[in-house]
Design a binder for this molecule. Structure first.
Ligand code: PRX
Length: 652
């Protein structure tokens, strides 16, 4: 999206909401920045602490900020125990719908019992506070149960999205040093079974730290259970007994809760580490502020729990607030293109929190699919994961929202723990603009910087940065504090670098314009181009690889790879198919390139750096542009020739 085409002056006033000037929101924001400790001490009252903090914010070792220093709490206690002591005991915590249409429900009390049983299993296996538990599961109830049981005993969970390959799983297990893996016999995808236990078995050949594997029976497909290592989940829970209570571990607010791996600008994924107290307070308040859930709401966040959105907004936020959430295992268009609308109608969903890719997909399917259903239960809509283009926003607003419902476009990242820029129906809604996430949340001092670290004038694109600490921020990168400092605070002093482009319009609305670094957002999934390049060059046929994003009408962007081949290899469709298979095996199907272009030569500077700008111009069919500003004294003629050659190959 280019900033020149953004509709800065279009305003929308959803009729379901009271829309006002934003004064109240502004006051909250100012209060949070002028006296963060007072502000958060007040907000932290919403959480049950075993012991109060000595200091709300210790910034003596910035950027390693410590929130609620000295306090003690347990997240599973906040998500479960405190509700089961109230009228929420028999309220539904989860309504789960499986890919094949089966439905399972859990009240807060039932969830509490399951979590206690699994926590006992973990303890009986010898797991203790600080141990890591790797999790490789589809979206089934056992997934949040595993996370909560891990939190209950003070272990640190490291969830790996179940669509990742064996190699990707092994890398993440090894980096985290997990002792235990929780996985399933299989998962479902469009009615077919996926052999995730086979992937896990392959990964486990090279993960020496894993001692035991707990296997959930999901599909019933035949699998190998390794003697002495693999345990069935149902057997372990049955052995734990019926009425089990495990005392929740007293955790320091600053103790890590989980590691979640995400892509950056190098080949090695980053282990984003989130803590306990600050994260929970942020998870609780961001949900309240943005969606303002009530006791009656049926809240559906469509994310997979394998990603941060699922961690925060399918598990820790809704459970700590005491909301009823819907969890769905499947895909939006299976068995038919109205699957989501059918789910919303049958379960009476009131809050739908989804993605721009899903919206664009539904636009493509056509309105007839949703016209078959009564969607009147919906009262508010949300979106996350990638920029929402104004056309998609307007379609969501008009067709799903019937011009009644607010669109809560939430900008945030794995690293931020929760929402950072979003309309806040729980404080005060200002007029909405199609494609803008509006204003920063309390404690978020967002700015747009130019290359030199100066704020850009209104309406000018630049780098989005955050100039203040907030409770949900990552603590560090797992076992890599230097990389944490460098990546996020290395560019400008005391300034969190998001890696995103943004523009602030003359009225102060923020418009998020996608990544400014070598990270792609493919259907909302975060994929590093360098990861893809490393995967490609690890194949014996590939000499060099350069990957970039190409705009896509549904997925936002898709990866396109340019490769040169080693001598002895010829371009062919078979080789292309083999390289795609290789990427699926090394990273996973989500990283599959849209095209692999085999070329004789890549455009390079004299110092040998691949000129991505030239490749980008090739992909979009743009003119080469001015080459005189190239950082290095490159051979302009050579680059032009390569460019023409590539264009020719591409249009062949
Ligand atoms: O580029 C931004 C984009 O997603 C990135 C973060 O990706 P991840 O860590 O996977 O977390 C996704 C879910 C929070 C950001 O750097 N992004 C996320 N939300 C938005 C967005 N871009 C534009 N608008 C959003 N609402």
């Amino acid at each position: 999206m280019s900033e020149t085409s953004l509709p800065f002056n279009e305003k929308y006033y959803p009729s379901n909401e009271k829309i006002s000037s934003g004064e109240k929101r502004k006051q909250e924001w100012e209060k949070s920045l002028s006296n963060p400790e007072e502000f958060w001490a007040e907000k932290a009252k919403a959480i049950d602490w075993f012991k109060k903090w000595d200091k709300v914010l210790d910034d003596s070792d910035a950027p390693f900020y410590k929130w609620f220093q000295g306090a003690e709490l347990n997240i599973s206690y906040n998500a479960l125990d405190r509700h089961v002591k109230t009228q929420r005991k028999n309220k539904l915590a989860y309504i789960w719908e499986g890919e094949m249409g089966e439905v399972r429900t859990y009240t807060y009390y039932q969830l509490y019992r399951e979590v206690n049983k699994l926590a006992k299993v973990f303890k009986d296996l010898g797991l203790k506070k600080g141990d890591r538990i790797a999790v490789y599961l589809p979206v089934i109830p056992e997934l949040p149960i595993t996370l909560l049981a891990s939190a209950r005993i003070g272990a640190i969970h490291a969830v790996v999205f179940s669509g990742f390959s064996a190699d990707a799983l092994a890398d993440r297990i090894n980096d985290s040093g997990a002792k235990l893996l929780v996985t399933a016999d299989g998962s479902y995808r469009r009615g077919k079974t996926v052999a995730i236990k086979d992937n896990a078995d392959r990964a486990l050949e090279s993960t020496p730290t894993v001692e035991k594997v707990i296997v959930v029976k999901r599909t019933g497909q035949p699998i190998q259970m390794k003697e002495g290592r693999d345990i069935w989940y149902h057997d372990a829970l049955a052995a734990a007994g019926a009425n089990v209570y495990v005392e929740p571990e007293r955790m320091q607010a600053t103790d890590p809760l989980f590691i979640l791996y995400t892509s950056g600008t190098t080949g090695k994924p980053k282990g984003v580490q989130h803590g306990t107290g600050g994260y929970l307070v942020w998870a609780y308040w961001t949900l309240k502020w943005a969606f303002n859930p009530t006791e009656e709401d049926i809240y559906w966040c469509t994310a997979d729990i394998g990603w941060i959105t699922g961690h925060t907004y399918n598990v820790y936020s809704p459970l700590s607030v005491g909301v009823t959430s819907l969890l769905f295992e499947g895909t939006p268009d299976y068995p038919a293109q109205d699957r989501w609308w059918d789910i919303i109608e049958r379960h009476g969903v009131t809050i739908l929190y989804s993605t721009p890719t899903a919206v664009r997909m539904f636009m493509k399917f056509g309105e007839e699919w949703l016209n078959k259903h009564d969607l009147n239960s919906l009262r508010i809509l949300g979106t996350v994961g990638e920029p929402i283009n104004p056309e998609a926003w307007k379609w969501y607003y008009r067709v799903i929202g019937k011009e009644r419902l607010a669109i809560i476009d939430t900008w945030w990242q794995t690293e931020t723990g929760g929402f950072m820029i979003a309309p806040l129906s729980g404080i005060e809604l200002t007029p909405l603009k199609p494609g803008s996430a509006t204003f920063p949340l309390p404690s978020v001092k967002a700015e747009v910087y130019d290359e030199k670290g100066q704020p850009t004038p209104a309406g000018t694109k630049g780098f989005l940065v955050i100039k203040s600490p907030w409770p949900g921020m990552l603590q560090t990168l797992w076992k890599d504090p230097e990389r944490f400092k460098q990546t996020y605070f290395g560019r400008w002093q005391n300034t969190y670098y998001t890696g995103d482009y943004a523009v602030k319009d003359p009225e102060g609305y923020f418009w998020l314009l996608g990544r400014a670094d070598e990270v792609l957002k493919v259907a909302g999934h975060r994929i590093g181009t360098v990861e893809l390049e490393s995967a490609l060059v690890s194949h014996p046929a590939v000499s060099e690889a350069a990957v970039m994003g190409k705009e896509d009408a549904v997925k936002g962007e898709v990866p396109v790879a340019f490769v040169t081949l080693r001598s002895g290899f010829q371009p062919s469709d078979e080789l292309r198919a083999e390289l795609i298979k290789h990427i699926r095996n090394t990273i996973g199907p989500i990283a599959t390139p849209d095209a692999i272009i085999m070329v004789n030569k890549l455009p390079k500077t004299r110092s040998g750096k691949i000129m991505r700008r030239v490749l980008k111009a090739v992909i979009v069919g743009a003119p080469l542009g001015d080459l005189s500003t190239i950082e290095d004294e490159a051979s302009v003629e050579d680059i032009k020739a390569t460019y023409e050659d590539l264009r020719k190959q591409l249009t062949k």
